[in-house]
Design a protein around this ligand. Sequence first.
Ligand code: NOJ
Length: 761
Amino acid sequence: MKKDTDFIDGLLGRMTLSEKIGQLNLVTPGGETLTGTVVNTDVAEKIKTGRIGGIFGVKSAEAVRVFQDLAQETRLKIPLFFAEDVIHGQKTIFPLPLALAASWDMDLVRATARVAAQEAASIGIDQVYSPMVDVCRDPRWGRIAESPGEDPFLASRFAEAMVEGYQGGDLSRPDAVMACLKHFCGYGGGMGGRDYDAVDLSPATLHDVVLPPFVAGLRAGAGSIMASFNTLNGVPMHANRAVITELFREKLGYEGLVVADYTGILELIAHGVASDRADAARLGLSAGVDLDMVSETYLDTLEQSVKAGLIGEAEITAACRRVLEAKLKLGLFDDPYHRLDWGRAAQPILTAANRKLAREAVAAATVLLKNDGELLPLPEPKSGKIGSIALIGPFVEDRVNMNGTWAVAGSPSTVVPIADGLREAVGNAVGITIAKGANIVDESWLATRLNVHDWKDLSVVIDIRSPEAMISEAVAAAMASDVTVAVIGEAREYSGESSSRTDLSIPEPQKKLLRALKATGKPLVVVVMTGRPLSLAEETLLADALLVAWFGGTEIGHGLADVLLGKAEPSGRLPATFPYCVGQVPVTYAHRPTGRPTPGRFQKFTSGYVDLPDDVAQNDGLYPFGFGLGYGKVAYGPPRANRTKLSGDDRLEMTLTVTNLGDLPTSETVQLYIGDPVASVSRPVKELKAFRKVALAPHAAATVSFVITAEDLDFSVAETVTDTRRRAESGAFDIHVGPNSRDTQMVRIIWDGPQSGGKRS
Ligand code: NOJ
């Protein structure tokens, strides 16, 4: 008979206090990629004595089985659960989360998570530490690579799709894994773009910008969340009872697990809110953090704190119940080994179907920023219109960087390098000459930092040749070819955890290379590998065609060749603003107006920067949120509203026609934004409220409709973090529709509703 909650009640009744505390201890045995300085010891012994509830970072089915066997030796035989940092794929690595968000294709996002779940589950993984849904408007922060970008609406759709993909509708399925929404919350807004740094947010911004993706993930049924390392308005999230328990659990109805981040409970001491380990554990548990990751403060101190009357056993029982309920949902009490299917383990990993999806994801995520003279796609190889390509740059033969950050189980050996993909695609029809051209960076101290995981593979290798010699070789290759494709950008560990940057430029040696390639006069395609929005002002001038390929993962070589040769269209749209320069960040299209808005160019006594050139948008980036070109030529018809007034439960339908005037098929991401020009508080100039990615055959048109209701018009009026009141205010609203957040057409409507609401949280 399937175990149920009565079973959990019975089990809890038989557990000692120390066995309950044991369930709250989450450890890593170490040995692989670590994200902190502390590692747990004596893991086997602790399992046998009932002092561990779950393990993360175990990389093989064999190891999972060994640990699970040990748990079966304990008095109550409570199974362990196994977690892993599966962030954008397990073995088949998909483009980075930021890149997947750039696809604006939630079916694709869901499908990648499904594949990741199947691969991970097949080695016994029960829970993945993904999706990360931290909204981020400061690309100095390296972890923007793991996030869905700057916008709460896009991030919310991403959160739902990822949760649905991982959990597959039923957590007890052997190929389903529990999703973990992270990092709860505010982590994307650290001071100065620095990782782990303090976050100060108004309650309304918390509710309107930071929380929506977590709420969307909750509604999609996410089984767990992870606390974030930052303080929020002075209170470290690992001690933040108001936000975790009073708001998320009690008011918003979250019933799942709350996991600490790596030593996050112990770090309450360094944050200056706990005096010692016992104090830290007490604060963490009281805040509502069920599982203590790595620091073992719960294990060491909670029993004593109960005896001393500092904490009630009921709180420990409640946390333990949530851990046991998670194991129940995961089907582990019925069969602790059911994900660990030895026959299946060999099958779903890196299959042709998984690789095909990864290949398609590359094109869907790649963003075309510029395409002068329709240089792209390059002519069909057998057409005779192109004889040779110079393929230049430090990434063209690379495997190590291609998976990007947080691909802990992904192996460079399975990556299709860009050079291999392009060679395969052109066959003998087109000659390809390869040259490295430049180091990713020239500074050895920086290379050492970027090679942080160098026990595995080096991602930055400084060439023994001089920079001049490398550039000469590249220039000679370009001169001898019809077109140059230069692949430049960041090393993979330039973004990710603890990888903030003070500069958002392409490293100087690669800029020098581009200048030299431009001087050859040959048509120049520039492909940018990056985990963050970069400032690409100079590259925009130098390139004839400019593509942002992010880090594309296992199938980058095939996927990028498809894009370059037009077998697939680069249909990505920017999920975050690309600034003109680092001085503009934090930056978002959804900024509030100022009392002195900048006109397009600098004007004294208006908001803006005195040192930006006249042709540069002052508050926006170089490339706005939502921007991206395609291989078609899309014209937007005028947007029409079926009514211009709405109230109560009315639905307003907005319709427009998009037409592909070009000769190639294309897909267009039609975006709808709403602005609230007069309200009781100054509202963002525009906010994304809907989008639709539509396929358009050559010379075909499609009609796109969006439905707007009062829920699209309201905003938070929170005065405290636990205040969930929202309000839609009567008056004018501007509905903007267009291909990106900047180039929109506008229709004004009137909402004639009640002045105050509180309809939804
Ligand atoms: C620290 C990171 O912040 C988190 O995202 C990750 O899941 C844990 N380490 C576990 O590796």
